[in-house]
Design a protein around this ligand. Structure first.
Ligand SMILES: [Zn+2]
Length: 303
C-alpha cells in the first residue's frame, strides 16, 4: 500500500516536472537593441526564465549624454529589473564598454564575461582593465571565454562562444594600436540558440565569415544577426556566411568622412540572401521576441 502511494506521488511529481519544463520551454526569449544615439552598441537579453543579461554597454559620457543611464536604465526600470545576471563585453573598445562603470555602480552584476584580452597592450585596453579591476575589487566575478566555451544564460538557452580562439587571433599585420591583435577581429562572438532560433552576436568582428574556417560553418548561420561593426563593413561574403532572417544594425545614419551609410550598405549586402534589415537610427529601439520557433520583431518607430 505504502509503495503504491509512493509510486503515485512519484508519478504526480514526474507529471508536474514535465508540466513545469513544458511551461519554461514555451517561455520567450527577448532581445532589445537600443537606439544609443551615438556610435555604439547595447542589447538587453531577457531569458525564458526571467534572467537579464546585457551584451555591450554603449559609449561612455558624451556632452552630458550617457546611453547606459539615459536609455538603458529607464528601460530596465520599466521592466522591473533590479539586478543583472551578467554582462558580456565583446571587445575593449569604448563604444562597447563605455557604459560599464555606470552599470557596475548601479546594479549588482552576477558575472562579467569577456575575452580576457591578456595579450593586448595598446589602444583602449588599459581603460577597460581599470573598469574590470574595479568590478572585481568590489567582489564581482570576472569570466574569460574562448572558442568552444559555453555560458549559462538560462536552462532553455544554449549559449556558445565561437570566438576568440585561445591566446587570441594573431594577425600578420600590426594594428594602429601597435600590436598584432586586432581588437575588432578578436571580439567575443556569442551564439545563443533558443529552440529552432539562433541569435549571433559577433561584436565588431566584420571578419565573421572567416571564423567559419575555424569552427563548424553551420554555427555561423543564424536567424538573427547583430551585424558586426555597426554595419560599416557589410558585404556579400558576410551575408552568405550568416544568412540571417533578420539583420540588426546598431548605427547612426552615417559615419565618417567621406560618409559611409551602414544601413544602406547592409541592405545592399543582406537583402539578396533574404534578410530583413533594421537599423537603430531609423527604427529606434528594436525588439526581437523568440518563442523557440519564430522570431517577431517590433520597433519603437518607423523610418
Ligand atoms: Zn563598435
Amino acid at each position: 500500500m505504502k509503495s503504491s502511494i509512493l509510486s503515485s506521488t512519484l508519478l504526480c511529481l514526474a507529471l508536474l516536472g514535465t508540466l513545469i519544463t513544458g511551461l519554461f520551454a514555451q517561455g520567450e526569449f527577448t532581445v532589445t537593441f537600443f537606439d544609443v544615439k551615438i556610435h555604439g552598441l547595447c542589447a538587453v537579453l531577457k531569458t525564458p526564465s526571467g534572467k537579464t543579461w546585457v551584451v555591450d554597454t554603449a559609449r561612455g559620457p558624451d556632452k552630458g549624454f550617457l546611453a547606459a543611464r539615459d536609455v538603458i536604465a529607464p528601460f530596465l526600470e520599466r521592466t522591473g529589473v533590479k539586478a543583472l545576471d551578467g554582462i558580456v563585453i565583446s571587445h575593449p573598445h569604448g563604444d562597447h564598454y563605455g557604459g560599464l562603470p555606470f552599470f557596475i555602480e548601479k546594479y549588482k552584476i552576477g558575472q562579467l564575461v569577456d575575452g580576457g584580452y591578456k595579450e593586448m597592450s595598446g589602444g583602449e585596453i588599459e581603460g577597460y582593465r581599470k573598469i574590470r579591476a574595479t568590478y572585481v575589487d568590489g567582489g564581482g566575478t570576472s569570466v574569460f571565454v574562448k572558442t568552444g566555451d559555453k555560458i549559462q544564460l538560462d536552462p532553455d538557452l544554449d549559449a556558445e562562444i565561437l570566438w576568440p580562439p585561445p591566446g587570441l587571433y594573431r594577425s600578420e599585420r600590426i594594428t594602429k594600436d601597435g600590436e598584432p591583435y586586432n581588437y575588432n577581429g578578436n571580439s567575443v562572438a556569442l551564439r545563443v540558440r533558443h529552440g529552432a532560433n539562433v541569435f549571433l552576436f559577433p561584436g565588431d568582428n566584420h571578419g565573421i565569415a572567416g571564423v567559419a574556417k575555424f569552427v563548424d560553418p553551420e554555427k555561423i548561420k543564424c536567424d538573427l544577426l547583430v551585424v558586426p561593426h555597426h554595419g560599416l563593413n557589410s558585404n556579400a561574403t558576410m551575408a552568405e556566411a550568416t544568412k540571417p532572417k533578420y539583420a540588426i544594425v546598431s548605427s547612426l545614419k552615417e559615419y565618417n568622412t567621406p560618409a559611409i551609410h551602414p544601413y544602406e550598405l547592409t541592405k545592399e549586402a543582406f537583402e539578396p540572401v533574404g534578410s530583413k534589415v533594421y537599423a537603430t537610427w531609423a527604427h529606434g529601439d528594436i525588439t526581437a521576441v523568440s518563442d523557440g520557433k519564430t522570431i517577431k520583431i517590433t520597433t519603437s518607430r518607423q523610418p
